[in-house]
Design a protein around this ligand. Structure first.
Ligand SMILES: [Zn+2]
Length: 466
């Protein structure tokens, strides 16, 4: 039986007059602490911290590809900002990483209908020579079709994989339909292809290619790998359907090397330092095409603004630890480095990394013995239009490995209906962030921290100035 169903049955015993109207899915009413209500309302009406961070980081740093000097500048910016906001224990925890940087890019159909297409290299793409490579294009509707193809039909050719990624509110299509990007290049290389282009893992019909990482499987020779925007991918499909051999010249120049990234950490010290901290965060790095406003400046901004609002209200029982993870995009390097360095227990983990859309659902995985706390969290968020979700699920990219290892967590699900219109494109810029939706996010994160941090004690009153 679902726990909430049990709770509603118990309630109907206690309050028979109401039981007639109650439905099986209505959770037991939980009273929200007035301080939580006040903090939530204030954030919803007045928060400016999240906008200031999002606007500042995207304007003063701009794009910040992992492991590059741009990410290092973003780190300096983050340290200065977190200190200026008054957080304690602001520090940088560096780690080494392999880097990949983009160079010249061009795609051109040479025959039968000569024309240029828009293309962007995927992360870790192999490099073409400066003059590009030329080959015949062989097209597949799905990754499974590519996998099933005899090597002889692929060898020496440029593979093109199409697919159809639908819009979903919860972003669940990204996992499945991201396959051509994540596995396509390795499969194509194994079969002897000289390059691969895929239909972008995205949902918009602008001529913006969606980049994103892919990692060649062990022992697989890196080949040039790019993404075409949806209009260009469909154009190439139509050209292929004419049935004549299609020749393409593809230029995807890139460089690999060694670099350094780091996680930036700050804290709101709790009254009881023996208690495990609550970790909230997002990632500082971004792809190199837009300014990473929705991915993920707004994420670090939301988590940080909420922690700041708690700090302004007084001292929480538990420490709130803010982490701006480095190098998420190339493969969760920051999350893995943090996990290695911090084997200590965490009271809860939460990460904002799905844009800046309104939060519509709260999931949590706090464990059976903390169900009352999970219910209190649901009740605190409901006035923001946030529906109670699972009590046995939490998610996040950088925190994913720690969640998988059993750490408790909370997942505040943002509306992802339009997220994949912008994700990893040049269009990921500040103007796409809706300040009102951003405040709704901060209100939810503030309420979440107010519930989980174990009670906030107001600091000593400031003496009145005369
Ligand atoms: Zn992200």
């Amino acid at each position: 039986m679902r726990p909430y169903l049990l709770a509603s049955l118990l309630i109907s015993v206690a309050a028979p007059s109401l039981s007639q109207q109650s439905t099986a899915i209505a959770p037991a009413p939980v009273r929200v602490d007035p301080m939580v209500t006040a903090l939530r309302a204030d954030a919803l009406a007045n928060d400016h911290y999240a906008w200031d961070i999002t606007e500042g980081l995207t304007t003063e740093v701009g794009q910040r590809l992992a492991g590059t000097e741009a990410e290092a500048r973003a780190r300096d910016w983050a340290v200065a900002k977190l200190r200026a906001l008054g957080f304690a224990n602001v520090r940088v925890e560096p780690f080494d990483m392999a880097t990949w940087t983009r160079g010249a890019e061009n795609a051109e159909v040479l025959s039968p209908f000569p024309q240029r297409l828009v293309v962007a290299a995927l992360g870790n793409s192999g490099s073409t020579p400066a003059e590009g490579i030329t080959g015949e294009v062989v097209g597949f509707d799905t990754l499974a079709d590519l996998e099933a193809a005899p090597d002889a039909t692929v060898r020496g050719k440029i593979v093109f994989v199409s697919h159809a990624m639908p819009r979903t509110q919860d972003g669940s299509s990204y996992g499945y339909f991201g396959g051509p990007r994540r596995q396509g290049p390795s499969i194509a290389s194994r079969k002897g292809a000289i390059a691969i282009v895929i239909r972008s893992i995205g949902t918009d019909y602008h001529r913006n290619p969606h980049t994103g990482t892919q990692t060649f499987a062990n022992g697989v020779r890196p080949i040039p790998a790019g993404a075409l925007p949806l209009p260009d991918a469909e154009q190439l499909q139509r050209i292929l359907k004419r049935g004549k051999p299609v020749t393409m010249r593809l230029t995807l120049v890139s460089q690999t090397g060694q670099g350094q990234s780091a996680n930036v950490i700050a804290e709101v010290p709790g009254r009881d330092r023996s208690q495990p901290p609550i970790l909230v965060g997002g990632h500082l790095d971004s792809w190199d095409q837009g300014t990473g406003a929705i991915d993920d400046a707004s994420g670090v901004a939301i988590a940080t603004a909420a922690a700041k609002r708690i700090m302004d209200a007084g001292r929480p029982l538990r420490t709130i630890r803010i982490v701006w993870f480095g190098a998420e995009e190339p493969g969760l390097f920051g999350g893995v480095a943090y996990q290695k360095r911090h084997p200590e227990a965490h009271y809860a983990l939460a990460e904002s990394d799905f844009g800046a859309g309104r939060i519509w659902r709260v999931n949590s995985k706090l464990g059976k013995q903390r169900e009352a706390e999970a219910r209190a969290l649901q009740a605190a968020l409901a006035p923001l239009g946030i529906v109670p979700g699972s009590l046995d699920d939490a998610d996040g990219s950088d925190i994913g490995p720690m969640l998988a290892a059993g750490a408790p967590g909370v997942g505040l699900s943002q509306d992802g209906t339009y997220y994949f219109d912008l994700h990893h494109t040049p269009d990921d810029t500040l103007d796409k962030v809706d300040p009102e939706a951003l405040r709704q996010n901060v209100a939810a994160w503030t309420a979440m921290l107010a519930v989980l941090s174990g009670g906030i004690e107001s600091g000593p009153k400031q003496p009145k100035r005369r």
